[in-house]
Every structure is written in structure tokens, then in C-alpha cells.
Design a protein around this ligand. Structure first.
Ligand SMILES: [Zn+2]
Length: 470
């Protein structure tokens, strides 16, 4: 999934952070032959990108088999779960002492389709051009999947001490239906039950040439709640207007909906986010962001923020009017009309509560409101966990100037399916990208710098090695 993290007009770089205490793992990490593993990671990244797992149809089994061979060679227990012809998930586990609850590394193996004629090199070539590995999935999220597999592989080969089980889970179909994870949770919930932490996509780390780097750790997502509004009416000839026709009634209802300012609700992680990014703002915004709760009592500030696309969606359920349908012909008044609303709810919001609010805004009994899809309750993970703290620490060791902040994603990630099991789930990718490079996800010429793969494998290993022992 292509996710939009909030960003920002950046004004200046971050601040200094305290040094991290020496860890007993440091010696272990120092003895690892990184050069060799980094070379291997780059080679395997190219190989992995050459597997066409465009979804539809997916065909993720080829990717599952790729990981299966890799894990088998390293003696890592793993199983492929075939969920449908050509489709499946792969699960691998390194057993820990059991003193702590498991850590899951989750990645989806499917990618969105690619239109080759828009690409500089074929989208499934894995070619390296000017220090960048090109291929569909290079950022979403075969990069992270491959890095997760490498981390498990290195942990096994280098005999990393584990106080928790380390689980690798590669899934099918995230980009279309999410059926891979859904299948696993329905048929084999025991495989992840009891896990404490999970790392997957949904984090975005963007570097701005003049303004420093922001590591956005995905802690929650909004949930889609799509709604169709339908109006019945009397049909007729367009030359004889009907004041109360289906289309006229719908237009009036739509006007009320698009003018509606949904209530503001400040989530703890969003409050934390504003507090963190305050240092990148000019006054008076810096002070307002630092004390966002108080600032939101000022109607002028609320109005300004509501008009700011980067921030407004973080504070409220949102409504986008997208589909419109009335007559097929200009001179025909239809006997029914409808529109569709892409509604996104904040974590904690109940769909029935939102629907009741929307009904009150529409204020017309003849306008029918009908949810279009089954609803998945939005959720979020807290930031006061061991894993979140470790991610922050490791990031600052790699980039002391970076700002690390929780982010709420406007889109959906698989974390939503795993949080109800009591697992703290985070979107974290150990890469730093320019906004330009980041925007190639789901677009032409998707690519990842070789250097980021080399750096990322070590960085993710450090996160996982610590998290497996703290
Ligand atoms: Zn994705």
C-alpha cells in the first residue's frame, strides 16, 4: 500500500539527543562480517525484484519459495502456507529462550502492477542504474521484506541470543484484498498469538536537503468507511424541470455534506506528533503545535489547520466526495441518483456513531445512506513500548540529527489486523529517502538506493537484536 505520511513544510533541522548507553550486544554486532551480508542483501534484492508478483493476480508463491530456499540453506525452520492456487504466505521462526514474548517481522510479497512503457528499465529487471536498484516493489515493500529476511538469516548464522522468538511472516495480497494475512489469522492464529511486537510497512523516513530528516514511525491508521448516498425521485424529460428530482435532492444533500466540518479529536500519538514537529515550524505555529490541545480551542487556528491538507486529516474523520452518478443522458431526468463518499475514520471512532452524525448533517429521510464495504475497526499502538524506544535509539545512533515521531497513516496497513491480538505494531523501514524517491511507490521507476539497502540491513539488525533481548 502506498501510504501518505504527513509532511510538512520543514524549516530547520532537529535537535541533539543524548548518547545511548553501551549495550552488551555491541560486541556481537561488531564481529559480524557486514560487508559480506551487505553484498548478499543487494544481490538478493535484485533477485527478489525479478519475481513478478503483480497483484492481480499476485502469484506470491514464487516469492514464498524464494524465501523458503534462503531459510532452508541457513537451517531456519519455515513453512509455506498455500491459501489459493499460486498464492501463499511464508512463516519462519527462530526460537528464543521464551523469557520475552515474540517479535514478528511482517511483510507483504505482492506488488501493484507496473506499466513497462513508463519505465526506464523493465520493472521486473532488478537492474542497478546509477547506484539505485530499480523494480516494482523496490520501496513497497520488497525492500523491507528482503531486509527482514536478511536479519533473520544473520541472526541464525551469527547465533544471536534471543530472549524472544523471532518470527518472519511474508504474506500475499496486501495490495488488493488483504486475504493473505486474513487467511493466516483465520487458519493459524496460533503462529503469532502471544507476540508482543510487530514491525511492518507504514513508516516513512524522509530527508530534505536543507531541513534534515524525519523518521515517521507508523503507530496507527485511519480506517476506510465508504458510503453510498442514494436518492429516489420521479424521472422525466429534461425540458420540464422537476424541483424535487433525485439529482436535485442529491445535490442539496451533497452540499451539506461537503460543507460539514467533522468534529476535531486529538489522539495521544497525534498530539505527540505535533509536539515533535513544532521545532520545525516558525512562530507562531511552533508554539501552537507545541501546545496543540490548547491551540485547538482557538477557532482561528482550527480554521487555518483545517485548510492545511497535511494536518487536517490527523485531527478528524474525513469525507471525500468521489463518485457521482445521475442520468446517462443530458435530456433525461433520472429516477434515482447516487454519490459515494470515501470516509476515513480515526482510531477509536465507531462507524455507527459516524453514520448517525452524517444522517443528522444530511437531514433528509429520503436520502439513503449505505456502507459499501465491511468495516475494519481502526486502531493504534502506544509509543511507550520497548520496541518504539529501541527504534528511536537506533535511529539516533545512525542519524543524531533526525527527528523521530509517531505518525498516523491516512491509508491502511496490515497492522490493523494484528493489533486486535494485543500486538504493538509499528510501521518502520530502515531507509532514508528523498521525497522524490519516496513518491515512486506505486508509480513508474520505483527504486531504492543500493546504499540504503546496505545501511538498512545493519540498522534493522540492530533494532531487532536489541528488541529480541530487552
Ligand atoms: Zn505496501
Amino acid at each position: 500500500m502506498r501510504l501518505r505520511a504527513t509532511l510538512l513544510t520543514l524549516l530547520l533541522a532537529g535537535c541533539a539527543f543524548p548518547a545511548v548507553a553501551q549495550s552488551s550486544l555491541e560486541a556481537h554486532i561488531r564481529t559480524i562480517p557486514w560487508e559480506r551480508y551487505q553484498d548478499q542483501a543487494v544481490r538478493l534484492m535484485q533477485d527478489y525484484l525479478r519475481l513478478d508478483t503483480s497483484n492481480p493476480p499476485g502469484n506470491e508463491l514464487v516469492a514464498a519459495e524464494f524465501f523458503h530456499r534462503l531459510f532452508d540453506q541457513a537451517g531456519i525452520p519455515n513453512t509455506i502456507y498455500v491459501s489459493a492456487p499460486g498464492r501463499g504466505n511464508i512463516y519462519a521462526i527462530l526460537k528464543g529462550s521464551g523469557a520475552l514474548r515474540p517479535l514478528v517481522l511482517l511483510n507483504h510479497m505482492d506488488v501493484v502492477r507496473a506499466e513497462p512503457r513508463n519505465w526506464k528499465v523493465p520493472p521486473f529487471s532488478g537492474e542497478i542504474v546509477d547506484g539505485e536498484i530499480h523494480g516494482r516493489g523496490a520501496l513497497d515493500m520488497k525492500d523491507e521484506g528482503l531486509l527482514q529476511a536478511m536479519v533473520v538469516l544473520i541472526a541464525a548464522r551469527e547465533h544471536l541470543l534471543l530472549q524472544r522468538d523471532l518470527i518472519f511472516l511474508g504474506t500475499a495480497d496486501e495490495e488488493v484484498g488483504g486475504t493473505g494475512s486474513a487467511w493466516m489469522l483465520e487458519h493459524h492464529p496460533e503462529l503469532v498469538r502471544g507476540a508482543e511486537h510487530l514491525i511492518t510497512e507504514g513508516g516513512d523516513n524522509l530527508k530534505y536537503p536543507d531541513h534534515g530528516t524525519i523518521y515517521g514511525i507508523g503507530v496507527g491508521e485511519k480506517a476506510p468507511f465508504w458510503i453510498r448516498m442514494t436518492t429516489p425521485g420521479r424521472g422525466g424529460h429534461g425540458s420540464i424541470p422537476i424541483a424535487d428530482s433525485a439529482t436535485h435532492r442529491l445535490a442539496r444533500a451533497m452540499q451539506r455534506v461537503v460543507d460539514w466540518q467533522t468534529p476535531i479529536r486529538l489522539l495521544p500519538s497525534v498530539e505527540q506528533y505535533f509536539h515533535q514537529v513544532a521545532q520545525l515550524q516558525k512562530e507562531p505555529r511552533a508554539s501552537q503545535f507545541r501546545n496543540i490541545r490548547q491551540a485547538l480551542e482557538d477557532p482561528a487556528f482550527v480554521k487555518a489547520l483545517t485548510q492545511d491538507e497535511d494536518y487536517s486529516y490527523l485531527l478528524r474523520d474525513t469525507v471525500s466526495l468521489t463518485v457521482l452518478k445521475g442520468s446517462e443522458q443530458t435530456n433525461v431526468i433520472p429516477d434515482t441518483a447516487y454519490c459515494e463518499l470515501d470516509v476515513r475514520l480515526l482510531p477509536g471512532q465507531k462507524p455507527e456513531t459516524f453514520l448517525a452524525q452524517l444522517r443528522a448533517v444530511v437531514a433528509d429521510d429520503r436520502v439513503q445512506l449505505e456502507p459499501l464495504s465491511s468495516f475494519r475497526t481502526p486502531n493504534a499502538s502506544p509509543t511507550d513500548t520497548t520496541l518504539y524506544r529501541i527504534i528511536e535509539q537506533v535511529v539516533h545512533e545512525y542519524n543524531p540529527q533526525a527527528l523521530v515521531t509517531p505518525t498516523l497513516n491516512s491509508g491502511y496497513t496490515e497492522s490493523q489486523m494484528y493489533r486486535p491480538l494485543g500486538i504493538a505494531c509499528y510501521g518502520f523501514a530502515p531507509l532514508e529517502l528523498t521525497p522524490e524517491l519516496d513518491s515512486t511507490q506505486h508509480a513508474a521507476n520505483e527504486r531504492v538506493p543500493v546504499e540504503q539497502i546496505r545501511r538498512g540491513v545493519k540498522m534493522l539488525y540492530e533494532v531487532v537484536a536489541r528488541a529480541a533481548n530487552e
